[in-house]
Design a protein around this ligand. Structure first.
Ligand SMILES: [Zn+2]
Length: 217
């Protein structure tokens, strides 16, 4: 498929796709991220124990101004909390959408938003586990090693409802998997051993987040 021209306003445009049909989310990354977060309002982050984080979110069906505003607010919140990815339920919104601002294994920055993400099943030859450390804004100050494939592909829709595919390597692959998990009600600590999960929660209890969180009831 031929490369498409990017058009429309910065941050609101339809991303071009590469020859394999994946979005080119590296183009104008800085400008797009800045435009989103400057329009948006930063919101406090929900933490483990908040029910919105522990159930599957609703499918996005309206690709309207409210969704665009939500995405802007998510970029603003992600920046405030110094995150590399953020799911809507992490600011308390029950909707299947995540944003990311994350580097891949070559240090290239990817910026985008995905609605209704579905992770592709990888053939065995593409499935290489990487056991790097992982953390989550909703489990503040905690980190744990977690084995995940070092390559990921996600299908979903963009903010306009167009079908998109996103792929990533290295830490960005981890991010795509982590954020998709969020929208199905799973935190990375749910994938840890009992002992590692307990340790992560202990780290969280002993630490102080550097951003505002939503107190649990
Ligand atoms: Zn997270």
């Amino acid at each position: 498929m031929a490369q498409q021209e990017t058009d429309q306003r910065i941050g609101e445009g339809v991303l071009a796709t590469d020859q394999d049909g994946f979005v080119v989310d590296t183009a104008d990354a800085e400008a797009r991220e800045t435009a989103h977060r400057e329009r948006g309002t930063s919101r406090p982050i929900t933490v483990v124990g908040n029910p919105v984080l522990h159930k599957e979110c609703r499918t996005v069906t309206e690709f309207d101004g409210a969704l665009a505003t939500l995405i802007d607010d998510m970029f603003a919140s992600q920046r405030t909390a110094e995150g590399v990815g953020l799911a809507a339920n992490q600011i308390g919104v029950d909707a299947k959408v995540f944003v990311y601002d994350c580097q891949d294994d070559e240090g290239v920055r990817h910026v985008g938003a995905v609605c209704n993400p579905v992770l592709a099943e990888l053939p065995p030859e593409l499935r290489h586990l990487d056991d790097s450390n992982e953390g989550c804004l909703s489990v503040p100050t905690a980190y744990a090693a977690l084995a995940r494939p070092d390559y990921a592909e996600v299908r979903g829709q963009d903010a306009h409802g167009n079908d998109i595919k996103v792929r990533g390597t290295g830490y960005f692959a981890r991010c795509l998997q982590h954020e998709t998990d969020h929208l199905y009600g799973y935190l990375y600590i749910d994938r840890l051993s009992k002992r590692d999960r307990k340790d992560a929660l202990k780290q969280m209890a002993e630490g102080t987040p550097r951003y505002e969180t939503v107190p649990n009831a």
